[in-house]
Design a protein around this ligand. Structure first.
Ligand code: FPP
Length: 264
């Protein structure tokens, strides 16, 4: 099946929403204003993605390393997350979006934790799209925590290696990230804001993700941009380390003696 034939409902898009600060500075506004514009962009994009029929969308809202930012900016972001949850939960319920917050919870305020619990439980039956928002998230920390959890809960499965170990590990990764119905691997990773790096986001789940970068700052990112990214994705040739059907035929028709490589 080519990329363009895969239903959008089976596709997982993850987005690193970068560029809020520079967007605001370029307009002579505060970084907080940039984050507010970023939250509005997130709201519009979630709605657009649901209308397109996307299956899973993961947004990187706050990394474990973002605690290093000035307390005022961290406070603004935490307030924004609470307001977002309070304002968006009813909309998610009415549009069939299941909302999960992935990441650590122990460093979040009790009010934010309660808002997360309420949003997740109110939206748990949503089947139109799975929206995951990463807050206090670090892929490396999640991988370490999952490895330790899997080693305790199913050492035999983990030691079996191969597909069985990967399944055991993926379940543990979901559990430590507070996502009890783990999402499929990421198909398309988008980063806005012009940088081209992963920044400790979904390192296990992005093993075969297609990467798509844009210099557009997050507050300006729209559903039309998402469609452009999905269009590029549909034209990519994903082989997951193997060959596609035509290459398989061609490769088996040309026997190459490995010893001839040594001969130069
Ligand atoms: C990176 O831009 C963005 C963040 C660290 C925060 C992302 C948060 C939002 C988009 C708003 C809240 C989202 C939801 C879903 C409620 P930056 O500040 O690092 O920008 P810069 O690189 O231009 O400084």
């Amino acid at each position: 099946m080519s990329q363009s034939e895969i239903p959008l409902a089976d596709i997982h898009v993850a987005i690193i929403m970068d560029g809020n600060g520079r967007w605001a500075t370029a307009r002579g506004r505060s970084r907080s204003a940039g984050h507010l514009a970023g939250a509005r962009a997130a709201r519009r994009l979630v709605e657009g993605a649901r209308e397109l029929g996307l299956g899973t969308l993961t947004l990187y809202a706050f990394s474990g390393d973002n605690w290093k930012r000035p307390p005022g900016e961290v406070g603004t972001l935490m307030r924004l997350f609470r307001r977002y949850l309070a304002a968006e939960t009813a909309r998610c319920v009415s549009t069939g979006i299941r909302l999960s917050i992935i990441g650590r919870r122990d460093r979040l305020s009790s009010q934010l934790r309660h808002a997360i619990d309420a949003a997740e439980s109110a939206t748990r039956d949503g089947d139109a799209m799975h929206l995951r928002v990463a807050v206090d998230y670090s892929a490396r920390d999640a991988i370490l925590a999952a490895a330790s959890r899997a080693a305790q809960s199913d050492p035999t499965g983990l030691a079996a290696g191969g597909a069985q170990a990967r399944e055991v590990f993926a379940a543990a990764l979901g559990a430590v990230s507070h996502d009890l119905t783990p999402a499929p691997d990421v198909d398309l990773l988008i980063r806005t804001g012009g940088e081209q790096r992963l920044s400790d986001f979904l390192l296990w789940e992005c093993a075969y993700a297609e990467l798509w970068f844009t210099s557009r700052a997050w507050p300006d990112f729209t559903t039309a941009d998402l469609l452009t990214a999905l269009g590029d994705f549909a034209r990519r040739n994903r082989r997951f380390g193997g060959l596609d059907a035509e290459e398989m035929v061609a490769a088996s028709a040309i026997p190459v003696r490995v010893s001839s490589l040594a001969a130069g």
